[in-house]
Design a binder for this molecule. Structure first.
Ligand SMILES: [Zn+2]
Length: 330
């Protein structure tokens, strides 16, 4: 469960898709600077969460211990609980929120906030992650209770960058190196859930979690997809030019070869459209319709028949991470 849920889940694909968008986006695109800045934050956030998960996976727990990454659960039609990492143990449920802010940090109260302090001056004021964590914990406890689970919810904010922290004691904050100790003491408590309860709870979370689907990204950011060159790219990032049926050239590295079509199809789905027609696929790779039809038929896509066999579409399911993975590794 750890592997399948965490390693290439929605957070991974969100970062991957934005990397691809920046790779194919023309240099002159005006939205580029803002997208690059957001992507730096997204990458740092994911790196921090990955470090927390790595520590959890090496904390000496059974290898099938359920760990969820990036969980959104509806509490009411208008209220969502958003959690970085959720771990289900027989001893209770743990939430971990990763924070990667370095330097000198000061927690203040009334109202709760986190200040970044440089040379004695407050240079940045953020929402208090400890207060956010407590809010998530209360909401998740309520969510569990309304579904009949009586399990204690604990956890912590985890700082992955070793900041110097000032503030009141007893805040739910730990550093990455304290995380193993935290887990060790959590599993010393009396178990409150049976193995069957754990399985039931895992299934309930899995069924209820809603995944944020930002794709296709061009539509989301209002980027004109006709201004982007689609089709296979070289490892160096340059567009490949087709010379013969099987040969493509990279003008940048002067290399020749047969590209993998999967990653280019994945770019299409994540960035441009949820669907592709046989004709569009044939045009994308300069191949015959029959070859395009065979190529699409091999992928984990849903075929949607058009009238009289024409305009047949192939649709991707963005929540089917195996389908995305298959395209990445054809
Ligand atoms: Zn190249």
């Amino acid at each position: 469960m750890v592997g399948e849920i965490t390693l290439k889940g929605s957070a991974y694909w969100n970062v991957y898709a934005h990397e691809r968008l920046l790779a194919v986006l023309p240099k002159w695109e005006p939205k580029r600077d803002e997208l690059e800045q957001q992507q730096r934050n997204r990458r740092a956030g994911m790196a921090g969460e990955e470090r927390v998960i790595e520590v959890l996976q090496s904390a000496g727990l059974p290898p099938d211990t359920p760990i969820f990454w990036d969980v959104g659960l509806p509490l009411s039609p208008s209220v969502f609980i958003q959690m970085d990492i959720v771990m289900v143990l027989r001893h209770g449920v743990l939430i971990f929120e990763s924070k990667q802010i370095a330097g000198r940090l000061r927690f203040v109260q009334n109202p709760a906030a986190l200040q970044k302090v440089e040379n004695g001056e407050v240079t940045l004021v953020m929402d208090c992650p400890a207060a956010q964590f407590e809010d998530q914990r209360d909401s998740f406890t309520l969510w569990l209770a309304t579904r009949g689970f009586r399990a204690p919810v604990d956890g912590s904010v985890v700082f992955t960058t070793n900041p110097v922290i000032e503030g009141p004691p007893n805040l739910p904050i730990i550093s990455l190196r304290e995380l193993r100790g935290f887990i060790r003491s959590a599993v010393q408590a009396e178990p409150v859930l049976s193995s069957k309860d754990v399985r039931l709870l895992v299934n309930t979370i899995e069924k209820s979690r809603s995944r944020f689907i930002p794709y296709p990204l061009c539509g989301r950011y209002g980027i004109d997809s006709t201004k982007i060159q689609w089709g296979p790219r070289c490892g160096c990032g340059s567009q490949l030019i087709k010379s013969t049926e099987r040969r493509w050239n990279c003008e940048n590295c002067k290399l020749q070869g047969t590209p993998a079509y999967g990653p280019a199809l994945l770019d299409w789905f994540l960035l441009r459209s949820e669907t592709i027609t046989v004709q569009q696929c044939a045009a994308l790779f300069g191949i015959h319709r029959q070859s395009a039809w065979r190529l699409l038929g091999r992928m984990r896509l849903t075929k949607v028949e058009g009238k009289g066999g024409k305009h047949t579409l192939y649709r991707i399911d963005y929540t089917d991470f195996e389908a995305l993975n298959q395209l990445l590794k054809p």
